[in-house]
Design a protein around this ligand. Sequence first.
Ligand code: OGA
Ligand code: MN
Length: 305
Amino acid sequence: MAINLFPVTPDFVAEVGDVDLSKPLSPEDADSIQAAFLKYSVLVFPAQQLNPDQHVAFAERFGPLEVNINTYQDEVKAERIDSRISDVSNLDHENTLLPAQSRKRMSGMANRLWHTDSIFRHVPARASLLYARIVAPIGGLTEFTDMRAAWDALPESMRRQIDGHIVEHSIFHSRAKVGATVFTERERASLPPAQQVLVRTIPETGRRALYLASHAIRIMGLPEADSTRLIEDLMAHATQRQFVYSHRWRADDLVIWDNRCTMHRGTRYEEHRWKRDMHRATVSDVGNSIKAVATEPGRHPQEHE
Ligand code: OGA
Ligand code: MN
């Protein structure tokens, strides 16, 4: 049986039915899923039963897995889940709720800020596959915003003004916004700032998208006040409700999104009260986004690394 696509919005989010991701995919289903990933940017696969190998195997259809770096690596005593998969939970290695002062829980708070995964790494993430094992009964949604639609909706003069700019990002910039400032030297050294383009082109479709996140420190070459204001204006523009889909999780949902042209954030829930256990496999992009632009004919980024 072929997969069944149920659009949730006309061109941003779709649910995918009649596919069991624990089994090898037929070539037709695999092609349909890739096409849907490019047409939409967020795909929801309900009722999946995946072990870590199956989760990783499906992720690898979108590219090589990103090597996991935990920002709180020096706190973690024992891995709770498979080391290829990011632990996006409020649980410790004995599956009990983390205490309020836990740095891992603080770090998780930064997921409430709009972001796209790993934009702060030299090679950012192409796709993330988040798998819900335990969901909070209230709150704890994940919201997604369509950065292609946000780009399309910008006035032409603004598009001309910002195209070609380079942005510097750091994970510690967004962590500081939620009060998470205590990191070891080793943790800081493992994630130095990275530069990315502000506007990117999705090579498979030619669609253009804003590429921004709460990790953005500055737009290179602009006075600090102008840079800060432009980042704030673009973030406010891109996160207007007409571009946003809010996902209410069911246990066993697997959601994949295209990090190149979306932002996402978690919403509040009572994390001292409810367990929320989410597992993320993250797929690397093909390279740094500035290099990708530099090889596109007719495009000249204003600044290089
Ligand atoms: C993530 C993330 C938000 C959430 O896993 O990358 O940002 O709602 N998650 O858990
Ligand atoms: Mn994220």
